[in-house]
Write a protein that binds this ligand. Sequence first.
Ligand code: NAD
Ligand code: MG
Length: 380
Amino acid sequence: MKKVLVLGSTGSIGINTLNVIRSLPGKFQITALMVNSRIDVLEPQIEEFHPECVVVKEEIPAEQLRKKLKGKIEVLSGISGLSKAASVCDYDIFIGAMVGSAGLAPTIQAIKRGKRIGLANKETLVVAGELVTQLSKLYGAEILPIDSEHSAVFQCLIGENLNQVEKIILTASGGPFLNKTKADFLNVTIEEALNHPNWKMGHKITIDSASMMNKGLEVIEAKWLFNIQQDKIDVVIHPQSIIHSMVQFVDGSVKAQLGLPDMKLPIQYALTYPDRLQNYNPRVNLPSIKQLSFFEPDLDKFECLKIAYSALDSGGNAPCVLNAANEIAVDKFLKGNIKFSRIPYIINKSLERIEHNTQPDLDIIFQCDRQTREFAAGLS
Ligand code: NAD
Ligand code: MG
């Protein structure tokens, strides 16, 4: 039985990871659960899966949980608790299912122990992709993508020579605002932005999908996961979210991976790779879908996607600034403090202001993340 740590077990990916593990009895054992604050969701998970390690990042709920558990399991807390658990708990597979660049530090601890990393937390690769992939090579830690597009590309690349890849084609649903105009972005509401047509996800990634920053972050994620130049990463809008992504080879052949929009498949594959295990989840039924359509993204309307390409082009700490400013801007939008159309403004201002560093080490990345958050917090 493989032992599994889930960082972010109370979120959308975390809960789906536990669903997958429950559906494959005898294959996986949960040994560690780490969350931000939702002990009401965590408690039944502890009862069902009996982890040896538990971390609640926020101090107050952590203390409440300690009282309830009466010393039966030690509950660590704080950011240091997340990294400590990743560096001392017993596990074979680390599932990075938390949101935001705060996932970077614990993920690095898992990499340094040479563990398998099932990575949904794309922000980790966006802010420090070069360092994370270098470290994973050094310590022999495999990074297996959970993001559906990257899982698709990973599956299309099996048995292929990376030098014979002409381009990667990431598909994007276009989100809830695909048919709105740029002028409409001034007045869209939080509820409208959270109303994704195909995927049920956490709030932050749902807003990123509405602005298409999610696809921008995924272009950066793809660069580091597949070691490919950015001009070989295309984005195509595919509103049905059935083709999860494609790879085109130098002979013109295109391979695609298809499936229903359900994260359980990429999660299961990251857990069981290189095996595929039988499951009984619903299957794609092409005649009932009838039509698969594709078109180019409008980079003028979805400015965030354009800014992400340009931050990747600048390299160094620019993707870190992009990500931190976006995290702050999305949080402000979700709190009703800014309009949706101000998200790219805050990111652009931060990219202009924060000093560029072409070869940041991890300390500089953490510092840049903090500085950007402080600066972006003052914008509206
Ligand atoms: P979510 O908001 O539903 O869940 C986030 C989880 O992270 C929660 O368990 C929360 O407790 C935990 N968390 C947040 N901040 C934390 C902190 N500072 N310390 C410890 N734990 C913290 O988010 P989600 O939709 O599950 O997304 C998680 C990650 O997976 C994101 O990076 C997202 O981009 C990526 N992803 C999600 C989906 C999806 O379908 N939901 C698909 C692809 C990629
Ligand atoms: Mg995705």
